[in-house]
Each structure stands twice: as structure tokens, then as C-alpha cells.
Design a protein around this ligand. Structure first.
Ligand SMILES: N[C@@H](CCC[C@H](N)C(=O)O)C(=O)O
Length: 279
């Protein structure tokens, strides 16, 4: 299988051009290639596919083989791959994802390669049914709900960006035990399809620092859907403005919850290397 390794702010995936390749059993392939000792090494597998509804389609698998509806860092890299490898020639493209069809604006450098992408991530979805989360499905939003984990109580805010997120504001995120609490919240019975978890420190009303425990992957260096969920959660909790800079462990993302109701995410996309693997 031919592949290209790419990352967005350090959130790294193995990308396969399915305009040219066919991938059987992508769940198993994701587990195999993601392994950092016995495989290529990545947070998961992303398939770049033809679409009959959009310029390109993305399917995304975590390193444990589970499929997610959406990946914010991944979709920027899909856009970069599609433009740099001649699948698309426009600088505004559409992409089909499990979270719907998104529009993306591409920014190129002096040698006409994509460096940065702005994605309309769509509106944050806030009802319990949309997350999904146990409780009254019509509950319009969950903001600062107390959740007991071991001997701690966390105030959680839940947001779906097509995939589920549980946002928790903490005083000192660098010293926070992400590995201890992340998996307990990811697998909490409140979340029937598990959840991604963002631990966030407020720096100012326009700047935050985020660490992410990803569903199906563990702690990663960045999460674009998570950063978008944090943008909404900060506003819902009255902690931040609608436009913020988010410092993730592997780089920065710019977020804006705009007047049209959508969250816009802008950030880098980087190609690292290409190769071939015998499966
Ligand atoms: N890193 C991603 C999100 C990947 C999927 C997530 N782990 C899930 O299962 O929903 C991003 O940049 O959004």
C-alpha cells in the first residue's frame, strides 16, 4: 500500500490516496500502520476518496481501529494532499465527511503548495442526543455539569463537532493528569459512543492552552474538532470571546465562532514523507 505521512499541528496520520489505491479492512490497517514500534507510527489512518457529493471524501480511523465521523487536523491535510497532488485545482473546495459536507479555503506558499487551511467546521451541536450523551435528549445544552470521577468532581461542557467532545477547564493544564482522567471520561457510561476529552487552561479571553485525550487514540499533540469544541465551550461558559488562539501541544490553531453559527478553524497542514508498506 502506498501512503503519505502528514500532520496538522503534530496530530499525525497515515494518508492513503484512494483515487489510486483500494484499502480492504481499513479498521485492521489503521491498527497495523499506527503502531509506533511495529508499523509506520501515527494517531490513525485517513483515506482520501472520490465523492459524488463533493470534491473529495475523507474517512478517518483512530489508532485503535474505530472510525470517527470527523477529524479537524485530518481534513486540512486531506485538502493539502488533494491540491498539492493535483486531485483538485481550486483553492476553495468541498469535502464529504461523516459530519456532513464542509467547505475549505486553501492558502498556498511561493511554490504553490498548501501551507494553511481554513475550514468551516459547521455549527457546534449541543443537545444530549447530538453528543450523544445519556439523559433527556432534548436538553438544549450541557454547560458546567458536575461529573464525579474517582474522588474528583469536574464541571463538564459537552459539544459535538460531528464527533463527541467533553471540555473541562482546569487551572494548570501542564500538571494535569490527562492519562489518569482521560480514559475514565472517554469510557464513562454517560457517553454511549465514548467521547474525546479536552482539558483546557484559560490564558486570557482570547487565548487558551489545550491538551487532548482522544477517543480511540489516547493523548495526541492536537485535535482540530476538539479545538473547535473548546471555542464553543469557552463562550458558553462566559470565559472567552468568540475568536481565540488555541495553543495545542504540537502547534497553534485559530478558531472563530462566527455570526453565521459555524465555527471556523484555521491551521497548518504538513506533508512529512511517502512510502510503501506490505500489509
Ligand atoms: N484528531 C482529530 C479527531 C480524531 C477523531 C477522534 N479521536 C474521534 O474518535 O472522534 C481532530 O483533529 O479533530
Amino acid at each position: 500500500m502506498k501512503f503519505t505521512k502528514m500532520h496538522g499541528a503534530g496530530n499525525d496520520y497515515v494518508y492513503v490516496n484512494c483515487f489510486a489505491e483500494q484499502v480492504e479492512n481499513p479498521e485492521q490497517v489503521a491498527i497495523r500502520v499506527s503502531n509506533r514500534n511495529f508499523g509506520i507510527g501515527s494517531d490513525g489512518l485517513i483515506l482520501i476518496m472520490p465523492s459524488d457529493k463533493a470534491d473529495v471524501r475523507m474517512r478517518m480511523f483512530n489508532s485503535d481501529g474505530s472510525e470517527s465521523e470527523m477529524c479537524g487536523n485530518g481534513i486540512r491535510c486531506v485538502a493539502k494532499y488533494a491540491y498539492d497532488h493535483g486531485i483538485v485545482t481550486k483553492k476553495e473546495i468541498s469535502a464529504e465527511t461523516g459530519a456532513g459536507i464542509l467547505t475549505l479555503q486553501l492558502f498556498t506558499n511561493g511554490v504553490d503548495k498548501v501551507e494553511k487551511v481554513r475550514v468551516n467546521m459547521g455549527p457546534p451541536r449541543l443537545t444530549r442526543a447530538q453528543i450523544p450523551m445519556l439523559g433527556d435528549p432534548q436538553d438544549s445544552q450541557v454547560v458546567g455539569l458536575p461529573l464525579n470521577i474517582l474522588h474528583e468532581t469536574f464541571a463538564i461542557t459537552t459539544v459535538s463537532m460531528g464527533n463527541p467532545h467533553c471540555v473541562i477547564f482546569v487551572d494548570n493544564v501542564e500538571h494535569f493528569q490527562v492519562e489518569k482522567y482521560g480514559p475514565l471520561i472517554e469510557n464513562h457510561h454517560m457517553f454511549p459512543r465514548r467521547t474525546n476529552v479536552e482539558f483546557v487552561q484559560i490564558i486570557s479571553r482570547t487565548e487558551v492552552r489545550q491538551r487532548t485525550w482522544e477517543r480511540g487514540a489516547g493523548e495526541t499533540l492536537a485535535c482540530g474538532t476538539g479545538a473547535s469544541a473548546v471555542c464553543a465551550a469557552g463562550v458558553l461558559n462566559g470565559l472567552t470571546e468568540k475568536k481565540i488562539l488555541n495553543h495545542l501541544s504540537g502547534g497553534d490553531l485559530e478558531l472563530e465562532w462566527a455570526e453565521d453559527g459555524s465555527v471556523y478553524m484555521t491551521g497548518p497542514a504538513t506533508e512529512v514523507f511517502s512510502g510503501e508498506i506490505n500489509l
